[in-house]
Design a protein around this ligand. Sequence first.
Ligand code: SF4
Length: 256
Amino acid sequence: MKHSKGNIHNIETFGTFDGPGIRYVLFLQGCPFKCGFCHNRDSWSTKTNSLMSVDDVMQDYANYEAFYKKGGITVSGGEPLMQASFVYDLFKTAKNKHIHTTLDTSAACYNPKNNAIIKDVLSQTDLVLLDIKHIDKQAHQTLTGSSNHHVLAFLDLLEALNIKTIIRHVLIPTINDDEQSILSLQNHLKHYHTIEKVEVLPYHTNGKHKWTDLGLDYPLEGIPPMEKSVAMAVEKRLNQNLPLHQTLSSVQKDYA
Ligand code: SF4
């Protein structure tokens, strides 16, 4: 069968961060979000970067297969669902070889009214890492240039299809680390049985140079990196899923 080709941004052959075990991580080119904190600013463009067929990817994967016993393949971005047909072909081929598949997405291009191909991708996906940038719609719009409506709709789809999900949330000083934002996120997530855990990632400025290299101003200039201890405290809280009054007192203690 003829497969589509993927427009590849980058490949990590020894990934330990994006899914279980050691993984082959394929970063696809193109993203419709415009996150002010993006550490892969050069991945936004949909211009052709490097084209690979499913066979190309599987042959490359085979070069390192011995390392991936408890890992598998992760497709990330940019936004991988912009190239959903390619991801479907790749994941289908991987599943036929009993390779674990992880989709790392911000669901930036999800459309509930036209989701047949997305459902196809999910039928071949073992685990989804879903980024939620901000739970507040307006703040999400300001931070990413788009509403979070489709992101939360995608989470509903994951729940309906019972797809194993890990939520990822970059915690950014003065942007989404306030009490109301954390509480709203916690209250939203506690209804989803398909969420295995929430990972809170401390905001860092390691990708700032990519903006500079492209001759662009860095949108979050002046905002310091998030302290790891604060991110860990918020992560603990989001995973505890405590009733409201207990949650409030625990986070106040953690911040004290
Ligand atoms: S979704 Fe990811 S790749 Fe896209 S702009 Fe945001 S941080 Fe960057």
